[in-house]
Design a protein around this ligand. Structure first.
Ligand code: 3H9
Length: 708
């Protein structure tokens, strides 16, 4: 399509008007598309040479929804409900030809049609809640009339996308055609035009009765699984309107609820998170020499928990992978872990046995470095020790083919030093996966000053192919995530010695929206990791700086978390529920007494403020130092690797939303109370607070309009 060409065109074939939307990339319903489609429907309805209409799309998908780019402005006419009503009211049959992903407003357009034909691979859904919205063009009123109250609840409140076969069985589609969906839709349109039966209008169908049990269950589930989010509960209200009000009134109610959410902070944050997830893949400032290299075969060094899970990532993405360990027993354990992991998915029904066999078959376990000779990329996941890394990278340098990407999964070690163990530092990059690597979406892609642009581009594209959110970062101590986490962890320990208990800190942060509290997370991953790290970093603490050794005390008692039945909490056999433990309380209280700290009640607001703003202050330094170039890089790290609530956008977005003057003031207050060692505001934060700037905007215009 030419940039200025009309996005909607009509072709009349054998008295069927095929109206085609052509607005790359996803045929979103911009104002021009809505206007064009409304006009095309009205014209075809009035055209004596037309018996029926087909709504189709060019490109890769049917309409994927309202145009998110327009959501920062007030809605402009023609509004989508006007369009969907015009389609439903059309006196001639209107058939939707669905393929790709017919989502949100796109599926609402289809729901207003009188018949829906889809390709077998089409996926449909109303995922608005994931953007902090509800369907705003009849989706909450028409879908329950087609598929029943309970099914509509599941689809709209969960926001999940459904395949064509399931959608047909549920009644959301009328026909699955071959891949020439437009021809099939035209045939259906012709049939309807000649049939004696009246058109089936979704809105005219009888309202679905409210299923009280399903309703209560949906409310409970939403409060638990989508904790803190408004949209799912509002969606339930809109669905109740569908069951209790006539269509016209239900539509008015839906629209009012939609418009309220459209203006909400949660919707703005979720929209930011959605767009940032796409933006993060675009690397600013990479030249033409940054062409990604092809990856057909992979290698992983180290068959421990991390290495085995990374090998699974490759196998899941369809890539053959050689998994090397120098220890036969370790290799066997790694393979066993892989099998067990897949078998759990098979038992749960989320993976077919045949798919498991195929994936396991892609992983070739080996003790022989020669097996890595053909690999286009090798990820090292060996022990976190610089001498071990030296041995691995020298061996890789000797065996890997020229041009292979050599990646390290190190969490804290210097990637540039590791690159220096090879004769090809330009091919070395960090690929920092998060545990469990086969589940967590975050991948920090760590470049050094010597990493070739093409290698960075390769690692980024590979990350995406593995289903990860790959975030480009410069080598720095702890990169982005762990570096900020260290700030928060420190504050959580200080809070304990000042008066809080692990359950208080966890509760406050879970209330804030974190998936889990930091102490429960530490118990889950094992306290020995943090303990070893603390010991390794002890020499960096300057004399006189405040330090809290509670973690040492807990670990010295053999309490290493869930795996030992006790950590910051206690656990009952076979049960992962963290239970507050009087022994921990006694230990903490005794520690406060011994260190002369008078315990006090600490309000949740202070817990959250100290935990989150300490991270944001570090995030500002990370930006300032150029470890990342955009605030959204930091936000993506926290959303996809550390359970930061998406509806708060990420720490840097949340700071912007709170107002950087307020954040700066809070940090100054903490500095006055706790001293400057940990609470000196980052210069960038000070500058943005003074000039009324925002991290997210600064990042976008980095350099040119710094501070705007
Ligand atoms: C809604 O419909 C409200 C209505 O109920 C009520 C109205 C009154 N708008 O994800 P990808 C861009 S709310 C604008 O990388 P994929 C995206 O930014 C909406 N742009 O591809 C990217 O741009 P770029 C309900 C959009 O193949 C490019 O398309 N709909 C939109 O992995 C490719 O995207 C949804 O929530 C949009 N709506 O996945 C669906 N969507 O190339 C949201 C995408 O510049 N979209 N873009 O980076 C998706 O889930 C996925 O994008 C989709 C394609 C599955 C469609």
């Amino acid at each position: 399509m030419e940039p200025d060409a009309a996005p909607v065109a009509t072709a009349i074939r054998d008295r069927i008007a095929v109206i085609t939307i052509d607005r790359p990339p996803v045929n979103a319903l911009s104002t021009a598309v809505r206007a064009g489609l409304l006009d095309a429907v009205r014209r075809a309805a009035a055209d004596r040479d037309v018996d029926a209409l087909v709504i189709a799309c060019a490109g890769r998908t049917f309409i994927a929804g309202a145009d998110l780019a327009e959501f920062d402005r007030p809605p402009e006419p023609p509004h989508l409900p006007e369009l969907t009503q015009a389609i439903e009211d059309c006196p001639k049959p209107v058939v939707a030809a669905l393929f790709g992903t017919a989502l949100g407003g796109g599926f609402e357009v289809a729901l207003a049609c009188h018949y829906r034909v889809a390709t077998p691979g089409a996926r449909i859904g109303l995922p608005e809640v994931k953007l902090g919205l509800i369907p705003g063009a009849g989706g909450t009123q028409r879908l329950p009339r087609l598929v029943g109250f309970e099914r509509a609840l599941a689809m709209i409140v969960g926001g999940d996308v459904v395949g064509a076969v399931d959608a047909l069985a549920a009644g959301a589609l009328d026909e699955i055609a071959g891949d020439d969906v437009v021809t099939a839709a035209a045939a259906a349109a012709r049939r309807l035009a000649t049939a004696a039966a009246p058109l089936r209008r979704s809105g005219a169908l009888a309202a679905a009765a409210v299923d009280r049990t399903a309703l209560e269950r949906a409310r409970r589930d939403a409060a638990k699984r989508q904790r803190g989010q408004h949209a799912p509960l509002v969606a339930i209200d809109a669905l109740c309107a569908a069951a209790t009000l006539p269509l016209a009134e239900g539509l008015i109610r839906e629209r009012a609820l939609f418009l309220e959410l459209r203006r909400s902070e949660q919707a703005a944050a979720l929209r930011y998170a959605f767009l940032a997830e796409r933006e993060v893949a675009k690397l600013p400032g990479l030249g033409a020499d940054a062409k990604p290299r092809a990856i057909h075969r992979a290698g992983v060094v180290g068959a421990g928990t991390m290495g085995a899970a990374i090998a699974m990532c490759f196998a899941n993405a369809g890539l053959p992978v050689a998994l090397l360990d120098v220890d036969a027993a370790g290799l066997a354990r790694g393979l066993e872990n892989i099998r067990r992991n897949y078998a759990t998915s098979v038992a749960r029904g989320s993976l077919a046995q045949a798919a498991m066999d195929e994936r396991v078959g892609r992983i070739a376990a080996t003790l022989d470095w020669d097996a890595l000779r053909e690999a286009d990329v090798v990820v090292e996941a060996a022990f976190e020790d610089i001498d071990v890394k030296r041995q691995v990278f020298e061996a890789l340098d000797a065996v890997a083919r020229p041009g292979a990407v050599l990646a390290t999964n190190t969490s804290y070690l210097d990637v540039a030093t590791i690159a220096g163990f090879t004769t090809r530092p330009q091919d070395v990059v960090g690929m920092h996966f998060f545990s469990p690597a086969n589940v967590m979406r975050l991948l920090e892609v760590v470049r050094t000053p010597r990493t070739a642009p093409a290698v960075l581009a390769t690692a980024m594209r590979l990350g995406r192919a593995l289903g990860k959110v790959a975030v480009p970062v410069m080598g720095s101590d702890g990169f982005v995530g762990n570096r900020m986490l260290m700030q928060r962890t420190r504050e959580t320990f200080f809070l304990l010695e000042e008066g809080a208990l692990p359950q208080d800190v966890d509760r406050a942060l879970v209330e804030f929206g974190f998936a889990m509290g930091p102490f429960a997370v530490a118990d889950l991953s094992g306290l020995d990791i943090g303990w070893a790290n603390r010991k390794a970093r002890a020499h960096r603490r300057l004399p006189g700086m405040r330090d809290c050794n509670l973690l040492d005390q807990v670990c010295e008692r053999g309490r290493l978390g869930q795996k030992t039945g006790a950590g910051w909490y206690r656990y009952e056999a076979g049960d992962r529920t963290p239970r507050p433990d009087p022994e921990i309380e006694a230990l903490i209280v005794a520690h406060s007494r011994a260190t002369g700290i008078e315990r006090r009640p600490i309000p949740d607001e202070e817990i959250v403020g100290r935990c989150v703003w300490s991270m944001v202050n570090e995030g500002a330094r990370i930006l300032e130092e150029g470890v990342v170039t955009r605030a959204l890089d930091i936000d993506m790290v926290w959303l996809h690797g550390y359970g930061f609530p998406a509806w708060r956008g990420g720490p840097m977005y949340a700071a912007d939303a709170a107002g950087l003057t307020a954040v700066h003031d809070a940090i100054l207050r903490y500095r006055d109370r706790f001293g400057p060692d940990y609470w000196t505001p980052a210069p960038l934060l000070g500058e943005l607070a003074r000039t009324g700037g925002r991290f997210t905007r600064w990042a976008r215009d980095a350099g040119a309009t710094r501070g705007s």
